[in-house]
Design a protein around this ligand. Sequence first.
Ligand code: 4FD
Length: 221
Amino acid sequence: MKFDILTLFPEMFSSLEQSIIGRAVENGQISINLINIRDFSTDKHKKVDDTPYGGGAGMVMMPDVIYSAYKSLESSDAKVIYMSPKGKTLNQEKVEELSKENHLIILCGHYEGIDQRVLDKIVDEEISIGDYVLTGGEIPAMVLIDSVSRYVKGVLKEDSIKEESFSNGLLEYPQYTRPEIFQGERVPEVLLSGNHQEIDKWRKEKSLEITKKNRPDLLKK
Ligand code: 4FD
């Protein structure tokens, strides 16, 4: 999977050099190509934004600079995603769907957003990571890259995505490891029993219980 990221702050993406995503890049399972939008400004002060027509607070990113940055990419087979609080909310189903693409171009906005005309020309999907506003689209882009990369072949161990939250429409059951007694609290006895039928039954009950408590909306589907 190839990710091209159009951003004013490429340095923010250094956190993706860590841990599982960092290893996936090193192993060539994913690639992350950072494009600094500011490099495509033709203005002598490297200006990338201007005041909104019609008035109002803040600044709007200029369409020509964004379009030039986009045009510098080989984009024949790519899906272009714009991270925005106005987008459709990301969920695990959407993540899995996007992981089937070969090439994603992710556009990160700042200030009050981007001139609508260039969005209409280049964007295939507008996606939000949830109902809140951030200072830029970079953190949402990293959320998207992390969640999608987990589904790319070889990034996780084979079984890791089978029993996690949302995979069966429910939240995941609680997990325990050594020691058997922590601050006076024992690991649930059934997990030590070796009876896998009983363990599966207990985990299903616990999944239902936590889903009812924290996300009853998931049960109504
Ligand atoms: N909820 C999200 C995405 C971006 C963002 C921005 C218009 C502001 C939250 C376009 C206004 C982009 C999200 C940058 N905040 N901020 O996914």
